[in-house]
Unconditional design. Structure first.
Length: 622
């Protein structure tokens, strides 16, 4: 049975049972069963399935792991966490997050005014809110409003100008107030330490955010001068997303811990917390040799707790509360993108596709003889002969000596010989055979947009686990490239010899074949772009009741064509009238045809941009 690397990336969230991949929870339903149930309701195209129990699992694991580390080291500081909304702001996700996180006093982090409004309206009173990123007076004023609502909110200063604005807003909000209320204040520090990999620039002296040592001392002076030092509560740093190596974090913790201790000893008595930012990595790899994370969550928590305790002891200060803003770790596993395969593009290379003549060119006759007589002992020799014959035949075609049928027969026979040779020589892991696999890879046209649903693959070459939903009791044999339905050559997950993906040989005219893209819950939705005007796929929330049975809730269908155009500020009323007018004024169709055509037009306009599968088309025709 092909496991598709499930033991590497799956974290026991999914399990392969017999023929299908199933949710490893409660009644353990298969993803195929859920997908078919949603499609029977009339929803076609790609589906995004959300699983709130996986959000709760990640939050619970995070808090329990830090609680265990605190107990082991007898750590006196607290542990708190917030979810950074930039990772996923979609309502179905945020609502599920807030619902399942209530027992953990879990909060939200905002980096813009719109995100702050979400945080103010969704975060339970008392749970923490942190506000990062660049801020103007209006955004800082919103933070003061949140504080006056009773929210436990911390504003992180990214520059001295923001602190000056806080001083100004504090005067305005509290000049005549019965009780002076202000948000807590955090200072983001620009560390010498930096991360590694794609997001290394989040840390270090050249990073976009944070105060230098000189600016930090000036910020301390300003807080003291304006009687706001008692609001200084948090030191914050962040060294980058998807932190695959633990070593840079250790270095950053020592640097930030010493800054915290220095400020405490200087007189910042209310300073009580260190926010270590996000960066807790997710394992996306399906292949043992390409794993992305070199540490466990236990090691991560132990290192943070131990280093903070050691610095506090050395400097003679209180052990700080520890804050994290890990978003990818919380969100990535909660959603699965499911999309149907529409077509296999290389299925014409079968023996049935041959158009052999009564009299064929000699080289084609030789190719056919090679194909019929290839065996293990002669496979390499016959393979080389076939490749040589192909070059000769293509040259003959260019010179006009053979016709299109001959060229087609050449392509089919060489492809069949390569497939046979690879199967016969499968135990010989040579570079030549790997290169030949590239030539015979099967192209799977899949009903989704990589730009919309997997933008990090397009922009950052981030790979996501890919698993078919069924046939998992059968060994997949096709080296697979996945093509999306955009008219852009970048919309392809090509076959990679170092990270190979094999899928099953299927006939989509007779049966459906669904591909699951896993760990898509972090960043992919909010970064997704409407390339070719493909929109966010239809989504559904899968919840489990006390009996272990699942329900399909909060179905949101992908936008229809007119809604997409409306989002781009097209006047859809004018478009609607123009289309109707041009049909009614056409001299090429009868009055009855016009009525029928208008009905079809409005039906099509009410649907989304994704394609219909062959089965769906046949159902509609029926």
């Amino acid at each position: 049975m092909k496991q598709f690397g499930l033991s590497i990336w799956g974290d026991d969230n999914f399990i392969i049972e017999d023929d299908t991949i199933n949710i490893n929870y409660a009644s353990r339903p298969s993803l195929l069963q859920i997908t078919k149930e949603i499609r029977e309701k009339g929803y076609k195209g790609p589906l995004l399935l959300r699983f709130p129990h996986l959000i709760e699992k990640q939050i619970s694991t995070l808090f329990k792991t830090f609680a265990k580390a605190k107990k082991e080291f007898k750590y006196k500081g607290g542990f708190h966490a917030v979810f950074p909304l930039k990772v996923n702001q979609f309502p179905n996700f945020v609502d599920a997050l807030i619902d399942v996180s209530k027992p953990y006093d879990y909060g939200l982090e905002a980096g813009s005014k719109a995100e702050l409004i979400i945080a103010m309206s969704k975060t339970p009173i008392g749970a923490p809110i942190t506000v990062n990123g660049f801020k103007d007076k209006e955004m800082i004023s919103l933070c003061f409003i949140a504080a006056k609502m009773g929210h436990n909110i911390t504003v992180t200063i990214e520059g001295l100008g923001e602190l000056e604005t806080i001083v100004q807003v504090n005067r305005e909000f509290n000049a005549h107030a019965h009780t002076s209320v202000a948000p807590k204040i955090g200072v983001r520090i620009r560390l010498h330490s930096s991360g590694i990999g794609l997001w290394a620039k989040s840390g270090g002296y050249s990073s976009k955010f944070g105060l230098t040592s000189t600016e930090l001392l000036e910020a301390y002076r300003l807080l003291e001068k304006h009687d706001l030092l008692e609001q200084l509560w948090m030191v914050h740093f962040h060294i980058g997303s998807q932190m695959g190596d633990i070593a840079p974090l250790k270095k950053a913790l020592r640097e930030a811990g010493n800054i915290y201790a220095d400020l405490k000893r200087r007189g910042a008595h209310s300073l009580s917390a260190i926010n270590i930012g996000g960066g807790l990595a997710v394992e996306y790899s399906q292949h043992p040799h390409a794993q992305e994370r070199n540490y466990s969550l236990d090691e991560f928590a132990n290192d943070v707790v131990y280093l903070m305790q050691e610095i506090a002891k050395q400097k003679g200060v209180e052990e700080p509360d520890i804050f994290t803003e890990s978003g990818r770790y919380i969100a990535a596993s909660h959603s699965v993108l499911v999309a149907p395969v529409l077509e296999l593009f290389s299925q014409e290379y079968t023996e049935n596709g041959l158009r052999l003549k009564a009299q064929n060119p000699p080289l084609i006759e030789e190719l056919y003889d090679l194909y019929r007589n290839i065996k293990r002992k002669n496979a390499r020799e016959y393979l080389h002969d076939a490749l040589d014959h192909m070059e000769s035949l293509l040259t003959l075609f260019d010179l006009g000596y053979i016709d299109l049928e001959d060229r087609s027969n050449t392509e089919i026979l060489v492809n069949l010989i390569i497939k046979k040779a690879i199967a016969l020589l499968k135990n010989e892991d040579t570079d030549e055979l790997k290169k030949l696999q590239d030539r015979i890879q099967e192209k799977y046209l899949v009903n989704f947009s990589a730009f919309q649903s997997l933008p990090d693959f397009w922009g950052l070459a981030q790979h996501f686990p890919i698993v078919p939903l069924d046939r998992l009791s059968q060994k997949p044999t096709n080296p697979a490239s996945i093509w999306d339905i955009t008219c852009d050559s970048d919309g392809e997950i090509g076959f990679n010899r170092d990270l190979p993906l094999y899928l099953h040989d299927i006939d989509v005219s007779k049966e459906e074949y669904f591909i699951g893209f896993f760990l898509t819950g972090a960043y992919q939705e909010v970064l997704g772009m409407k390339h070719n005007l493909f929109t966010h796929p239809t989504e559904a929330v899968i919840r489990f009741d006390d009996s272990g049975e699942y329900t399909i809730d909060d179905l949101i269908e992908a936008q229809d064509l007119m809604d997409v155009l409306d989002d781009l500020d097209y006047d859809t009323g004018v478009i609607d009238k123009t289309l109707k007018y041009r049909i009614e004024e056409s001299d090429l169709i009868t009055a009855e045809e016009k009525r029928e055509m208008l009905g079809k037009l409005y039906l099509y306009l009410s649907e989304n941009s994704y394609l219909k599968t062959i089965q769906a088309i046949n159902e509609n025709d029926a």
